[in-house]
Write a protein that binds this ligand. Sequence first.
Ligand code: C5P
Length: 300
Amino acid sequence: MVDKEQFETVGDGLLVRAPAKINLSLLVAGQRPDGYHELETIMAKVNWYDEILIEPGLKAGIELICQGPQWAPAGEENIIYRAAKLLLNSFGRSVDIKITLTKNIPAGSGLGSASSDAAATLMGLNRYLDIQLPNRQLAKLAPQLGSDVAFFLNGPLAQCSGKGEKTKKLNKKFNFLALLILPDVSASTPKVYANYKHNQPLYEKLSNQINLYIQKNRIDLVVKMCANMLQTSSFGLVEGLAELKAKIESLGIGPCCLSGSGSTIFFIIERGDEERARQYKHKVKEKIGCKSIIVSNNRW
Ligand code: C5P
């Protein structure tokens, strides 16, 4: 994948890119009284994007068109529609706007694409309509749309807590290549959380270790742990995913991690070693028949 800028003027419209993310670690600290789970997660944006084109409307209100290789719900069911409505209502704006989503990143893959689309819509409309809100104001709207949305307003590398909406930018540069292995199955995030069984001693052990590495600025060592406390739940629900991960690891390409609630499995390669990434991609296709793509850390 090629690094691209977030905003680009296209005719009288504005193109906004919405990157995917991976969870370099994902710890669950327990269930909250509101039913959500308290998280500690390190997320990194990668340079694979959905594209959102904002143009003057030809119809009254918000018109949303979905296209591209991946499915996305049309109209009011789409988080982009809800994000646009939320921003316009919050600032008493009533405009006719046409939004075209090109969906490249699959839903239900743990790559955060719906949340990223929502954040890109907030940022894009803010710019396109010259509302001029700072990101911290947009971040106040974000939790109404989803727990991950605030991260996509910041980043590209952050430690997130609470439901995921409290983001602390990690200033350490962590340059990497990653092979994202994309099984042909999707995982339902609410179901994976509902099926989750908490393990407090494991949480404490992982949390202490990861915080120590963060203090030492060793994100590379955090990644090597492949800590994802949703994995057992996700593997219990998504048929064939545990077996797939075991098969990939048996190819001898190193430890693989699950992103978010699944289903993407990834592994990190040193930046600059594109040749190795290409070899692994080929191996995964050849031996396991699974599609994968090579990405790198996003720069914004
Ligand atoms: O916030 P978002 O809509 O992305 O979350 C989807 C679902 O995942 C929630 O309805 C909830 O069931 C679960 N969730 C959770 N704890 C979190 C984030 C999400 O239980 N911290």
